[in-house]
Design a protein around this ligand. Structure first.
Ligand code: MTE
Length: 358
């Protein structure tokens, strides 16, 4: 079925934060560029000149170096991965229904998307400069300057050295076969498969090898999971890294009217980290009974797993519930109240949509 043009829900214009409706994500391995969510923290989107752009690699390395775009392309072997990015704040609106989340963007379920990313491996660049003994983390700094912490500072986060050296972590210049759009981080962004979107730094300018995590705001303060009773202002929380198992029903749309009888319901599931999706269940009686959905072939090890199920809908209103299981036997919790936290991250409670069969 052809997809209609996509209208994004814009949460804020500066910084630009916007998400597609679920149906724009449905039934496709790759999310088209116009349907890919935007998550920014700085009011101004940088637009580095690719001809003058350079990447500085420094810190605990034997040979600090600066690479132009041309040098990256010439010196290192190209690599492509299909990877799903998901913001840690995806589905926050469901948590805000449990209790207020003041000052946090009320993301619906669209802060997730899958693209084919091409570039070079961060590991190859790190090997070229030689990582010194004792290094544990790699800080990634973008060109955008954020105001959130009070004093302006560049967007900077880090990943453990072990993940930075993993073959799937990319410095990407292309998205779905197109040049990487400025809005998604051109000329180069990092793509950290399996980890929360916040670690996939856009407009990358600097890679710094260190013996501790970044003390940038978005590593040291934000994107941390606080216990439900902690104060967001004071608690330090647990840094978010690998994504928790999650799933959604993408079509038919929530609230759709469909004919009674056999109805094809489709969605995605995402395991996160090094885990894989092993099973998706759907229920039409609020989780009292379940049936297994069919899993579609996966586009890549690092992409979401699309799934589908034929449901026989009686006339009237039915709530369709879905939950995924990962290869570590992790399964989604039933209720957003179980996972509520003061900054509204990682809502991976069961997916729910309401269908009206008339
Ligand atoms: N990189 C920079 N430089 N600045 C940012 O604000 N946002 C992060 C990450 N990388 C961000 C960034 C977050 S929270 C997410 S979820 C993803 O980028 C979103 O990527 P997208 O806008 O291309 O979808």
């Amino acid at each position: 079925m052809p997809h209609p043009p996509v209208e994004l829900t814009v949460h804020s214009a500066q910084p630009y934060n916007a998400e597609p409706p679920r149906t724009a994500l449905a039934d496709r391995d790759l999310t088209p560029l116009e349907a890919f969510y935007h998550r920014n923290h700085a009011p101004e989107t940088p637009s580095p000149d690719p001809a003058r752009w350079t990447l500085r690699v420094d810190g605990m390395v034997e040979r600090p170096a600066t690479f132009s775009l041309g040098a990256l392309r010439e010196r290192f072997r190209g690599h492509t991965e299909v990877v799903t990015l998901q913001c840690a704040g995806n589905r926050r609106a469901g948590l805000a229904e449990v209790a207020d989340l003041p000052g946090e963007t009320p993301w619906g379920p669209g802060a997730v998307g899958t693209a084919r990313w091409s570039g070079v491996r961060l590991a190859d660049v790190l090997r070229e400069v030689g990582v010194e003994a004792g290094a544990t983390d790699v800080e990634l700094t973008g060109a955008d300057v954020t105001e959130e912490p009070g004093a302006p500072e560049p967007y900077a986060v880090s990943v453990p050295l072990e993940k930075a050296l993993a073959p799937e972590v990319l410095l990407a210049w292309s998205m779905n076969g197109e040049p990487l759009p400025v809005a998604h981080g051109a000329p180069i962004r990092v793509v950290v498969p399996g980890w929360i979107g916040a670690r996939s730094v856009k407009w990358l300018e600097r890679v710094t090898v260190a013996d501790r995590p970044s003390d940038g705001h978005y590593q040291a303060v934000a994107y941390r999971l606080l216990p439900a009773d902690a104060s967001p202002a004071r608690g330090r929380g647990v840094p978010l890294g690998p994504i928790a198992v999650n799933a959604d029903v993408l079509a038919p749309a929530d609230g759709a009217e469909v004919p009674p009888g056999p109805t094809r319901v489709t969605g995605y599931a995402l395991a996160g980290g090094d885990r894989t999706v092993v099973r998706v269940d759907v229920s039409t009686d609020d989780g009292r009974t379940w049936r297994e959905a069919d899993l579609d072939p996966q586009a890549s090890r690092w992409s979401w797993r699309l799934w589908h199920a034929e449901l026989d809908l009686p006339p009237g209103t039915t709530r369709v519930v879905a939950r995924a299981w990962d290869s570590a036997a992790g399964v989604q919790p039933a209720d957003p109240a179980e996972v509520w936290n003061p900054k509204g991250y990682v809502n991976n409670s069961w997916a729910r949509v309401t269908l009206h069969a008339i």
